[in-house]
Write a protein that binds this ligand. Structure first.
Ligand code: MCA
Ligand code: AMP
Length: 491
């Protein structure tokens, strides 16, 4: 059986002294990471499932690698998750223990679990003779929670096979090697930052430098001192374009321009990068950002190749091993050129299903076994895919995060000052879309403030789900059946 992370299989000699990950001044070589992860793996081998308090730190990397080495499915948790969402995720995934750093303060919901501390500053020695057997390719590696239109987030069960297939398809598309040094600042509890951004470099035997928190200055520093690739969401590239366009001083602009110009690959994903930002970055740096298109459930589906023709506004052709088709609402498959339909995919990159949700898993697949992405697109004569929209109007993509309108509405409706509410997404130059709450107050004379409502969502769900705008109305527009007409709100 092929190993998921071969470079971490008891590395010795020069292979052991290569840098694997760097977070600020803390760097781990392959030798140190393998030792720490195997030491931890031996301690958690009996856990059924394990939660990882996924801060942007080397501790998270050690924890996830340890779980993979031990063959224990890991549930990465957003450390900013609010009470209601955290309770749901823990109840649904039932981890027996949580891996966290020495300084992490865990919320009460996690205190019932066995806490296993991971400390990247301790030099661990792998237990003598410890070399866990690689788990079965279909065994779950990670369970990643993702929002739907209604109800709480669902856990996408990602087998080792999907991780390996998707990362190898990106190796093929991008000529990704162990010599690459990836720079990013993505959160480590989602596919983009964790699987592509950490497990990607580790599978190749290369390295990753994580900024901890996104800043154009951090990107310039790391890309300008040996980084070869940058991964980011469109909001990050928009902020880089703003600096390149002159929102900062000359020195900052020049250093960013130089760093981006020298990079081998600038990759954007998780949402569409507006063509205007593509153009601004290319004009300033001579480098084109390439896009790839993926989803928590499918990992990566399409991507522009490093040696391919860049085409801003498209997400490139299907990656190796991925089958992609377009279909009508009634299931009819669309073959004619220029047709627009739902993107459906099939391939070794797909998840095995939603945890505890056979109903949702079945609903997400066609009778002939294709996964319905919910994205609407078209395929050009060159095979490049363009995403033109999505079927569900109740899904919002803000800063690259998927947010369900329904989960926010449920939280706001529980506020005594809110009689009715509708949540929509509105175009935002920085975030792509921003969350907007339309509120009918119980007492229109003293409605709850926008800040109070935002704080409530941040505390119950997560800060990135908070409404950035609150609009007060006397009534919500409804059709004859009483259904809220969100389209007319947006208009
Ligand atoms: C603000 N904050 C609050 C509140 N308001 N905290 C509590 N209560 C409040 N009311 C805090 C935040 O926690 C944060 O703290 C700070 O204020 C700023 O928050 P925010 O405004 O949300 O941040 P931002 O500056 O807008 O963030 C932009 C971002 C971020 C950095 C681009 O959106 C981001 O990291 N996006 C990445 C999403 C991603 O990885 N998606 C991948 C999933 P502090 O200042 O301390 O930070 S999609 C995927 O995986 C698929 C497979 C794919 O295709 O990739
Ligand atoms: P998530 O469920 O959070 O993994 O987000 C997946 C969704 O992000 C996809 O279904 C798409 O709608 C969107 N997405 C990811 N990459 C791109 C991209 N390059 N362009 C447009 N949309 C994207």
């Amino acid at each position: 059986m092929t190993l998921l992370l071969p470079a971490l299989q008891s590395p010795t000699g020069p292979a052991a002294s290569r840098e694997a990950v760097r977070f600020g001044d803390l760097s781990l070589t392959y030798g140190l990471l393998a030792g720490a992860a195997d030491c931890l793996a031996a301690r958690i081998a009996d856990a059924g499932r394990i939660a990882v308090w996924a801060t942007p730190t080397p501790e998270t990397v050690i924890a996830v690698v340890a779980a993979l080495r031990a063959g224990v499915p890991a549930v990465p948790l957003n450390p900013r998750t609010g009470e209601r969402e955290l309770t749901h995720i823990l109840g649904d995934s039932e981890p027996t223990a949580v891996l966290a750093g020495p300084d992490d303060e865990l919320p009460p919901a996690l205190e019932k679990l066995r806490q296993v501390t991971v400390d990247a500053r301790t030099a661990y020695e792998a237990p003598e003779g410890y070399g866990p057997d690689e788990a079965d390719a279909e065994a779950p590696a990670l369970i990643v929670y993702t929002s739907g239109t209604t109800g709480p987030p669902k856990g996408a069960v990602l087998p080792r096979r999907a991780l390996a297939a998707s990362l190898d398809a990106l190796e093929d598309a991008w000529g990704w090697t162990g010599d690459d040094v990836l720079v990013h600042a993505l959160p480590l509890f989602h596919v983009h930052g964790l699987i592509l951004g950490v497990l990607g470099p580790l599978r190749r035997g290369g390295s990753v430098r994580h900024l901890g928190k996104f800043s154009p200055g951090g990107v310039a520093r790391e890309l300008g001192s040996g980084g070869t690739m940058l991964f980011g969401v469109p909001t990050m590239y928009h902020r880089l374009a703003e600096v390149l366009d002159g929102s900062a001083g000359d020195a900052e602009r020049e250093s960013l321009r130089g760093a981006l110009s020298g990079a081998r690959l600038l990759v954007s994903g998780s949402a569409a990068l507006p063509v205007h930002d593509h153009e601004r970055i290319e004009a300033a740096t001579g480098r084109r950002v390439i896009e790839r298109y993926g989803m928590t459930e499918t990992l990566m589906n399409t991507g522009i190749r490093a040696d391919g023709v860049p085409h801003p506004g498209t997400v490139g052709p299907p990656l190796a091993g991925v089958e992609l088709r377009l279909a009508e609402d009634d299931g009819a498959v669309l073959d004619e050129p220029g047709a627009i339909g739902e993107i459906q995919v099939r391939g070794p990159n797909l998840f095995t299903g939603y945890l505890n949700r056979p109903d949702a898993t079945a609903a997400a697949h066609t009778p002939d076994g294709w996964f319905r992405t919910g994205d609407v697109g078209t395929v050009g004569t060159d095979g490049y895919v363009t995403i033109v929209g999505r079927k569900a109007t109740d899904l919002i993509k803000s800063g690259g995060y998927k947010i369900g309108a329904g989960e926010i509405e449920n939280v706001l409706l529980a506020h005594p000052g809110v009689r009715e509410v509708a949540v929509t997404g509105e175009a935002d130059p920085d975030l792509g879309e921003r969350v907007v709450a339309w509120v009918v107050a119980t007492d229109p004379g003293s409605p709850p403030s926008a800040e109070e409502l935002a704080d409530r969502v941040a505390a119950q769900l997560a800060p990135h789900k908070r409404p950035r705008t609150v609009r007060y109305l006397d009534t919500l527009p409804r059709n004859d059946l009483g259904k809220i007409m969100k389209r007319s709100l947006r208009a």
